[in-house]
Each structure stands twice: as structure tokens, then as C-alpha cells.
Design a protein around this ligand. Structure first.
Ligand code: TYD
Length: 146
């Protein structure tokens, strides 16, 4: 198993249908999204100054979109950090497994839309930062040397 890095996470541009009366971004299972979508959820009514996230996932992949407003995502692979501001509903941030993430700086009225590769399962979460660093180091060391 390869340890994912913050630079394995990427911005994906979603399609846009632009009309004078408003725009549409359709998301369909196709080559644009690098995983099958099993769940959709969205975060809203986030109070000023609140921070979300603060965990990593063992297997889950996500595409995070600022469907309205803006917020920043702090990505951390245990070695390097990367901060990405999302502020357009046609850009999604693809987060690979094994990345600690924090969502900060929510604008008022922001909506964080998340497309997820798996159904909700608390077992997939790592919520302790010390354990996160240990967990993925252990996984790497389990790979047999050929
Ligand atoms: P969590 O993923 O920790 O939120 P965030 O990363 O936005 O801070 O989830 C918060 C709570 O909601 C937690 O008790 C689990 C629950 N939850 C579900 O029941 N189903 C879901 O699909 C999600 C995302 C969370």
C-alpha cells in the first residue's frame, strides 16, 4: 500500500451549463469523478469561526465542493500540509484516503457539498491525530519487501 500524499489530492473541474437565468453543474458517474458515488451529504449553517473535519479516512474518497460561498480545506499527510480555498461551485477537491483534513474559514451561508465513495461508517474514521500518523506508518511497514 502506498502512503497517499497531499499532492495526490487534486482539483477537478466540473461541467457547467451557463444560462442567463442561472447555471447548472451536473455530476454524473463518468470519467470526471475518479470513484463511484455511494453517498452525498452537505454541510450548511456553519457558524462563524467554526472548524469541521479534524479526521482522516482509511478508505473513503471524497469530492468536496463549495456549492455556495467559500471555505478552506487544510490537507495533511503527516509530512506535508496544503491549504486549498474552495469558492466556486464548479471546482471539486478530490481527497484520497489517508489524508487528515480540516475545514476552516467558512463564509456566511457557505454550503459544503460532499460526494463520497462509501456509505457512512464510523469505523473508516481516524479521529486522533497521533493515531493517524501511527496508523499509516504501520500500514507502510506491513508491505512485504520483494
Ligand atoms: P463528521 O464526519 O465528523 O463531520 P465533519 O467532518 O463535517 O466535522 O460527522 C459529524 C457527525 O455526523 C458524526 O456524529 C457522524 C454523523 N454523520 C452521519 O451520521 N452520516 C454521515 O454521512 C456523516 C458525514 C456524518
Amino acid at each position: 500500500m502506498k502512503r497517499n500524499k497531499v499532492y495526490d489530492c487534486s482539483i477537478i473541474e466540473l461541467p457547467r451549463i451557463i444560462e442567463r437565468s442561472g447555471n447548472i453543474t451536473p455530476v454524473e458517474p463518468n470519467n470526471t469523478i475518479p470513484f463511484g458515488i455511494e453517498r452525498i451529504y452537505y454541510l450548511y449553517d456553519v457558524p462563524g469561526g467554526a472548524e469541521r473535519g479534524g479526521h482522516a479516512h482509511k478508505e473513503l474518497q471524497q469530492l468536496i465542493v463549495a456549492a455556495s460561498g467559500s471555505f478552506s480545506v487544510v490537507l495533511d499527510d503527516g509530512m506535508q500540509k496544503r491549504i486549498i480555498e474552495l469558492n466556486r461551485p464548479y471546482f471539486g477537491l478530490h481527497i484520497v484516503p489517508g489524508i487528515w483534513r480540516e475545514l476552516i474559514n467558512f463564509s456566511s451561508g457557505a454550503v459544503c457539498l460532499v460526494l463520497a465513495s462509501l456509505r457512512y461508517d464510523e469505523v473508516d474514521y481516524i479521529r486522533d491525530y497521533g493515531y493517524f500518523k501511527e496508523f499509516f506508518d504501520k500500514k507502510i511497514n506491513q508491505v512485504p519487501h520483494l
